[in-house]
Design a protein around this ligand. Structure first.
Ligand code: FAD
Length: 502
């Protein structure tokens, strides 16, 4: 992949066969899968190769919510690798539910076959799922030994037909040729306008920006989308989370250690507990309360402790066990030799005196939870997004049921569990989970959709969208594994399309 700084461009126009806007997991996965087509692929991304303050400020947004939306870099990142540049890399494959996920219609049968490849792209050997016993009512999260932070994917996609332009921000201003989108305008940091024309455009700008861009183009696209334009920005969801509840083992034989993070030769995993959903899904993780020394080390910036997944292990397993497990990763030790097995047993066999509970809930798609255009403007003088998202009483009801379930489960685990229903029922005690879902959704019911089953925007056949903004429902699973599988599905669609028409 050729990487260029858009601030150095000499020309004010560019052309490519395929223009992907956004170099996060969604855009980079798509580009990587399309490279073998030999078509010219241009990726435009607002950010630089690493964190820079200026592009990150373009994520400015207004919120209207009954739970807490954290600001800035705890929420999204504008840089190569997108928001995955910030993450700890928790990977949870989406578990489609026959009733709750009905709006996905026929999409799962086209996406699920890409799940194993999505695991591999995330640096996780899919067989890790077979390393432990799966119990009904549980949810499993996986971490690779080495977290894939997508920035590294750029160098992995070495090919002359793919170029990534940093510091190039799409601002819309579309031109059409019949029903086809012909070109869009971009700004570099010198505020120079660059018009890019392409055969196909793909929005991969993340949960907020995919919606915002369509809303900013309202004047030019509203008639083309027809009734579907009314759905743009609607049905936004997150996985609001609450950290509350203390679990104390009654003796030394508690089964609670089942829920601590486990280290295996293929990577790490953690077992969570799911609810029996009445309206919405929820799950909880049992968290270790870290000691003083661990808390101090945790405060070190992620880069100085290599990657944040290791910090997570540190929090869960303590300093000594983390160092032991990381030592195992030295190439001299394989995962199956007796020394490694002993170290692994030492790392995994641990117990603590107190635990806390962290619960995540699903938000159902509701039309009033939506992205609209706000009153402020960003540093490019473009109106910012305003995110309106409220936790619904049904969602709180299901979280409360999960806490009640946990009460019973703690007894089975030989633990006591203390919590306060009033605290759990107050939305103000929840924060976002940096999982912004919906806004440019697919739905089996086209009257509630923005894109069709080919992920193409209704009325603009050569404009496609990928990312969690397309999901019609959110489940409770972390979204990136599904985003990657969705991008692989879109790559398949585009490959067929390019073979037919180009
Ligand atoms: C702190 C944190 C922790 C997280 N932890 C996890 C986790 O453990 N597991 C998990 O599955 N998910 C996690 N997530 C969510 C995960 O990072 C996102 O789901 C994922 O990055 C979304 O991928 P994306 O490519 O769709 O969007 P993004 O990663 O947001 O990438 C979008 C890209 O588009 C670019 N862009 C935006 N607007 C424009 C524009 N107008 N013009 C040009 N370029 C533009 C941005 O610069 C960015 O690079 C976490 C997120 C955060 C913030």
């Amino acid at each position: 992949m050729k990487i260029q700084d858009a601030n150095q461009l000499s020309s004010r126009t560019m052309h490519s066969d395929i223009c992907i806007i956004g170099a996060g997991p969604a855009g980079l996965t798509l580009a990587g899968a399309l490279v073998p087509t030999g078509r010219d692929i241009l990726i435009a991304d607002s950010g630089g190769r690493r964190f820079e303050k200026e592009p990150d400020e373009l994520n400015a947004m207004q919120t209207d919510s009954n739970f807490l939306y954290r600001n800035g870099r705890s929420n999204r990142a504008r840089q190569t690798g997108g928001s995955a540049a910030l993450w700890a890399g928790r990977v949870v494959p989406f578990d489609f539910h026959p009733d709750l996920d009905r709006e996905w219609s026929e999409l799962p049968s086209a996406i699920v076959p890409h799940f194993d490849e999505a695991f591999r792209l995330l640096n996780i050997e899919p067989d890790i799922r077979n390393d432990h016993e799966h119990q009904p009512g549980e949810l499993y999260g996986y971490w690779a030994n080495r977290t894939q932070r997508f920035r590294t994917m750029v160098s992995g996609t070495r090919n002359g037909n793919c170029s990534l332009f940093n510091h190039l921000t799409c601002i819309g201003e579309p031109e059409f040729d019949g029903d086809r989108l012909k070109s869009l305008v971009f700004l570099n940091q010198k505020m120079e306008r660059i018009r890019i024309s392409a055969g196909r455009f793909i929005f991969a700008m993340g949960g907020i920006e995919n919606s915002r861009m369509l809303l900013l183009m309202r004047e030019q696209i509203e008639k083309r989308l027809g009734e579907h334009f009314g759905n743009v920005g609607k049905y936004v969801m997150d996985h609001p989370r609450i950290s509350h509840g203390r679990i104390v083992p009654k003796g030394s034989t508690s089964e609670i250690t089942r829920y601590l993070m486990k280290v295996t030769p293929r990577g790490m995993y953690k077992t969570g507990i799911r609810n029996h959903p009445v309206h919405t899904r929820a799950y909880c993780n049992i968290m270790v309360i870290p000691g003083k020394l661990t808390r101090r080390v945790m405060r070190l910036p992620a880069r100085s402790f290599q990657v944040s997944s290791k910090k997570l292990l540190l929090k869960e397993a303590g300093l000594l066990r983390t160092l032991a497990s990381q030592g195992r990763l030295l190439p001299v030790l394989s995962g199956t030799d007796p020394v490694s097995s002993r170290i692994m047993r030492f790392v995994n066999n641990r117990s603590y005196s107190t635990y806390k509970m962290m619960a995540y809930c699903e938000q159902r798609p509701r039309a009033h939870n939506r992205i609209i255009i706000g009153t402020d403007t960003d540093r490019n003088a473009q109106p910012v997004a305003r995110l309106c998202n409220h936790l619904h009483p049904e969602e709180l009801y299901d979280i409360e049921s999960l806490y009640r379930r946990m009460e019973k489960h703690a007894g089975i685990l030989n633990c006591t569990f203390s919590w306060d229903p009033e605290f759990v029922n107050n939305p103000a005690n929840y924060t976002d989970a940096s999982h912004i879902i919906g806004g440019t959704r697919y739905s089996g019911d086209a009257s509630r959709a923005v894109v069709d089953h080919r992920l193409s925007v209704f009325g603009i056949p050569n404009l496609y969208i990928t990312g969690s903004s397309v999901f019609p429902t959110s489940g409770v699973e972390n979204p990136t594994h599904l985003i990657i599988a969705l991008s692989l599905r879109l790559a398949g669609i585009l490959k067929e399309d390019v073979a037919k028409y180009c």
